[in-house]
Design a protein around this ligand. Sequence first.
Ligand code: ARG
Length: 723
Amino acid sequence: MRKLLFSLILLISVSFSKAGNPPDEGMWLPMFVERLNYVDMQKMGLKLTPQELYDINHSSLKDAIVNLGGFCTAEVVSSQGLLFTNHHCGYEAIQKHSSVEHDYLTDGFWAASFEEELPNEGLTVSFLVRMDDVTNLVTEKLKPEMSETERSAMISRVIEGLKTDASENGKYQVSVKSFYNGNEYYRFVYEVYRDIRLVGAPPSAVGKFGGDTDNWMWPRHTGDFSIFRIYAAPNGSPADYSKDNVPLKPKHFLTISPNGIQPNDFTMVWGFPGITDRYRTSHGINATLNEINPAIVRMGGVILDEMKKDMDASDETRIKYAAHYAGLANFWKNKIGETRGLKRLDVYSKKKAIEEHFTQWVNADQQRREIYGNVLQDMANSYDQLNSTGYNKQLWYFSMAFYGSKALPFPLANQGMINILKSGQKGDELKASLAPMMEAGKEHFKDYNPATEKKILIAILQTFKNDLPAAFLPDIYNEIDKKYKGNIASYVDMIFKESVLVDEGRYNAFLKKPSLKKLEKDPASKLTNSFYSYFMTQTMVANAAQEKLDKAERLFVDGLRKANPDKVYYPDANSTLRVSYGQVLDYFPADAVHYDYVTYADGILEKEDPTNEEFVVPAKLKELILKKDFGKWRDKEGRLPVCFISNNDITGGNSGSPMLNGKGELIGIAFDGNWEAMSGDIAFEPALQRTISVDIRYVLFIIDKFANAQRLIQELKFAESNY
Ligand code: ARG
């Protein structure tokens, strides 16, 4: 209650005071830190100069932070291109190298030499070379009378040009992204390395300790880290994997602090947060609570249940589906927590208060009324339309089905095959054209179990049928009704007996002797096409409402910023490099409950449960903890810190981000958020929202004492120890 009052007071006061966000809120653009945040950061304990943070002419801190594969963050920690990130960020790579014989998920993996470091096809690391404000270059081409479609087309055209201009003939990868819901545009120039090798990973009993039960929660005892290395051509430039590549000599790498943390210490996170939606309105909150999240949680839960049963029954299936399951379970639990948080923290009312203030501002001036007068009503109407047509629900059932099932999307990846077969190619020419499909099949079926996929597909089709009105179902359901008397199981049975797209043996045999007729009639392909085209039709129908919504959101954010000229609004996350700063801080999760800021190794033994795979403690770890054999990684009191929390503002994509102290030294690796503030992607909650990091001393302890991988410790650079 005190907090609600606090935010209301803050809201009311922002327009006429200099009060900005509390310092912990916001994911700031590095190029503006000097202007917007630096003084504040210095007051809180930052010791570096703005140029040491971000400089495009000299090496700076930003050069040690990389985007890992587009989904995580990693940091360079040695002069030989060594990278630290999370275990859950390396999880898929670790899984792909695992088999029942070499189960690196269970046992961990430690390369004993450079030669043993494992290449990962497709995994990339991107360094930000620079970013530029291109807002004017984009917006000068836009006219108020343009329709949203014309506007988007123009923006895409300008962006294409801006990308080409900066790419230096393909040397750099360039992206231009919209900020503040289409009100500003920035260009990002990246150098992308393509030979990234796995160097080390603890067993899941360390890296994923607590499993899905502890996920998204504090207190935590997870050693969520893994280690990779960037390789480059001998001249240092990016190159495809080759045994002649050498470890990258980076422009900059982080120094590690062995000195730990104290409550209220300054903390700073650099990384690539993926998506936040902090400007979502009360209408959006309603849609999230009533339509979107329930659909995600329902369909996600159905799929996870089927997958888990088969994973528990076979080690082979467990390994094959480990990364897929973890990703889906992570997203699913996030949405459960988000719903809970939105309700408990009454985010709807907070958004309403912002909107009321916005409306007052609009109504006070005729010109404002003309520009912004319809914004909130347009938003309400769009959401009404999207909900009444069932679009939001369908969208999320569909998305979860295509995300959770491996069989359902695969025919889409084979669309090109039809045209190849129609072209009449023969012999070697045909073989060459089909080679990419052969490759795609190898990749796809490697982590695929037909029996599991069959169960998942049955459950998905059944859930669509149970939950959606008949009028909202793709037309394939008519066929299921007619030919299979509505029996989904026997229909799916037939698919798994006949389709060449759901079984590795049949797929490969088909590619050796392809037939257009057979492919056109393929039942899996027919099912997927029916779902896909139904969904595309719905998307077309929803397009007008969606466009109206996009426009209203753009104007809302624009108006909001003008209505509160003294408040510095930070942009939503969009997978671009951001800085967030705050301090090490405990919290009170509920009435009379206090959560401290740090966990210790003893807590691992408190949680130990040998009968539950999520809470198994490896024998060697247990022994080290019992003997208090923590080496030089113990704190002054002889304890081993495991994880800590701080009030930095992060989200998914920040995973693996360096947690830095005031001198820019590495003190931890950020890996999670906390349950009490899971609505945080939509509204930051200062009193509750925390970032969970693994303490770097626990990481070093695992590398040194648990894994005996001293060759890695020797590569690192440490700040002087003060004890
Ligand atoms: N919640 C973490 C994040 O999204 C991922 C944690 C992965 N661990 C797990 N038990 N699934 O960054």
